[in-house]
Structure formats: C-alpha cells, structure tokens
Design a protein around this ligand. Sequence first.
Ligand code: IPM
Ligand code: MN
Length: 424
Amino acid sequence: MRSPGGGEVCGKDIAEGELVEMDRTGKQIPDTGFGEDDSHASQAPGFTPAFSHGEGHQKGNYRVAVIGGDGIGPEVVNAALEVVDACGVKLDTYAYDLGAAHYLATGEVLPDEVLEELRSFDAIMLGAVGPPVGSTDVPDGLLERGLLLRLRFDLDLYVNLRPFIGTPGSLAEGYDMIVVRENTEGPYAGEGGWLRKGTVHEVATQGSVNTRFGVERCVRAAFDMALRRGDGKDTKSPKVTLVHKTNVLTYAGDLWKRTFEQVAADYPQVERNYSHVDAACIYLVEDPGRFDVIVTDNLFGDILTDLAGALFGGIGVAASANLNLARTGPSLFEPVHGAAHDIAGTGRANPVAAIRSAAMMLDYLGEEEAATRINDAVSEYLADLVGNGSSVSVSANDKPATTQPATIADTTREIAGRVKSQSQ
Ligand code: IPM
Ligand code: MN
C-alpha cells in the first residue's frame, strides 16, 4: 500500500484489532500512551521536546546533504555554508543535484535510492526548487509533490517551524513570533481525485487529512516551543495561539480544538488562545505583537507564513526548519522563499533566509552557541543595513524594508565577518 506521500504505509502483518504505532515511514514508534489515558505527563514518551538532544549526542562531524536546487537556491545555500564555516562548525557536505533543471535534463524527480541515501545524513539543507514562474516545461505539482512534499512526508518532517523577527524598518519591527505549521497532513496529504474528468460534469475533490496522532504531536511541539522561547524572557508569559477555521471546518477544526485543549492542560504555565485564520490575518497586520507561538494546519500555515514574511521584513529573511522531532531521521532546513529565477545570477538574492535556516540547523544539531552567533550577526547586520539605507531583495517584486540593493557577496561577507569577530 502506498501512502499519499508515496511511502510504504505498512510492511508487516498486524493482527486484527491491534493498534500499532508507527511513523509515516512505516517504522514502529514508541508507545506515546495516547489512547490509554488522557493525563499525559508534561512530556509524553515518544514525543521528543523541541530541540532536545538524545543521549550520546556528539558534537561535530556532521554529515549534511545539500540540495541547492534551482534559480537562486544554489547561491543562497553556498552563502549559508560560508557563514557556517566562519563560525567554525565543520560540516561534511554532499551535494545532490535535484530540482527543475535536473528533471528537465534527466527526467528524474527524486529517485528512491537517493531518498534512501538522504536518510543517513544528520541534516539536509535545501535552497529552492522549481521552474521559472510561468514556465510550462515542468507539470504543475510534479516537483512540489514529487520532491519537496515527498521529502517532508517520507522523512516524517512533521513540524515546519517558521520563526519571524521584525526586521528594523519593517511593519513588525520590534516583534517576534514563531509559526508551528503541521507539515505532513491537511489538504497537502493528497487525498482526492477526479470523476468524469474533462467533461462538463467533472468533479474534483481535495480532502483534508487530520489525524489525532499528527495533530497532537504538532500541538505538543508548539507548547514545547513556547516553553523554550519563554526561557530567559521575563517580559511576557509564553503563549500558544491555535489558528484554524473551526466555525466552518467543523470536523477537522473540532479535532484540532479538542486536541489543543487536552495538550494545553499539560502546560499550565503557557497561556493559550484561539483565532480564526481570517481574523489572524487582520491581527498579524494590525497588531503583530499579539502572537508568540502560532500552531496551525498545513495550508493555513503556508499562507500565514508568507503574510508574516512580508510583514516582518520581506520573504528574503524568513527561515524555516522541517523537523522530524522524534529524530528517526534527518531534518531539512530551507528558506521560506522560492527559486526567484528573475534575479538568479544577478547578485541580488538575499542570503539571510538561508543563513538563518542554517542557524536553525546548527541549533537543532546541538550547536546552540554557533546558532546564536549567526543569529546575532544577522540581526546586527540588518540593523546596520537600515541605518545605511541599503538592502537585499529576494525577487524583483519583493518589497524589503529598505531600498538600495546590496549584493549577496557583500551581505555574506559582512555576516561571516561579524560571526568571526564574535568568536575571537
Ligand atoms: C513552502 C512552499 C511549499 C509549500 C511549496 C513549494 C510546495 O510554498 O514551503 O511554503 O506549499 O509548502
Ligand atoms: Mn509557501
């Protein structure tokens, strides 16, 4: 049997009536205790808290697969690697040629052997994949579903973490928040199909898949994240806001809301809130300080994070981490932006999103200090940039906080230089 993401759902016989816990890759996972009683310890077994590191965690010698991809992807990933190098963390990198150009040259999207190889890495860095906007050479959805979503689903990257820090000069200057986007279910799961395709009576359905297991582990990750963010912050209490559309999507919304309430009971120190997704868009624009951690479904998370990107300084500075928090395989780190073919090779790509994504990778690998150094260097650089009236962009249409172009090379050199001087 194939899952919507293309993975084997189950390779072993299960006695009738027996419930077996397994991850999306078909691997059996430790019992979470869910189903037997509702009183989870604040950390249910099987749910690794965000960014905790297993026993025997060793620093250094990280093997990282690098998928530069298309358009500005390879440029921004190289910039990120340069900055990681400047902070002294050694990575053994292995380049994988995948994406639109690779597909057009070879007909390959993501061969099974490559996917299997990728499982053996400590982490994966991805630039961006996709053909130029408007190009018809690659069928719609082929790379999205066959490459990016296949990686997210088959590697069980069940949380997409997207932090936002208000860039100086942006509408959200002075604010920060993080979106915990469910990353393996919802309308992205690929449930649906056509009837009578191509006729006047054509029917197309596209379902939204929401499992109690998938929703719970995502919501739990959001509360863990709120606690982690709360550490060392004395200004406001940690808060998680569920964003959904429970007034219309009454089945899925109800599952999300009940799960949210039940998980929240394990985190009495975390404030909780709820917003409908349409209202959340207004609040984000009018009052970006209202949110701390947002937890939401896959599609709402996709849309909200583009909006948040634009508000917090431009999509060129928005980072993301696709996390397998159970650590049954590597996690994947990528900027939120796309391939931006319109500025590829012009030197105008903004490497900040990729650099911040690399910092998330280091943090996740246990190199918190290096991650902090990179993030601090980026923040300082962005603040100075506004002072100088210059900036970098991610596409011709992007409206960053400031207007004079800086080059990718300058930006990378600046940030790497700051990282180096901090370490001396
Ligand atoms: C993102 C992107 C992807 C998504 C696309 C490329 C499949 O927009 O990472 O936000 O929709 O998740
Ligand atoms: Mn998106």
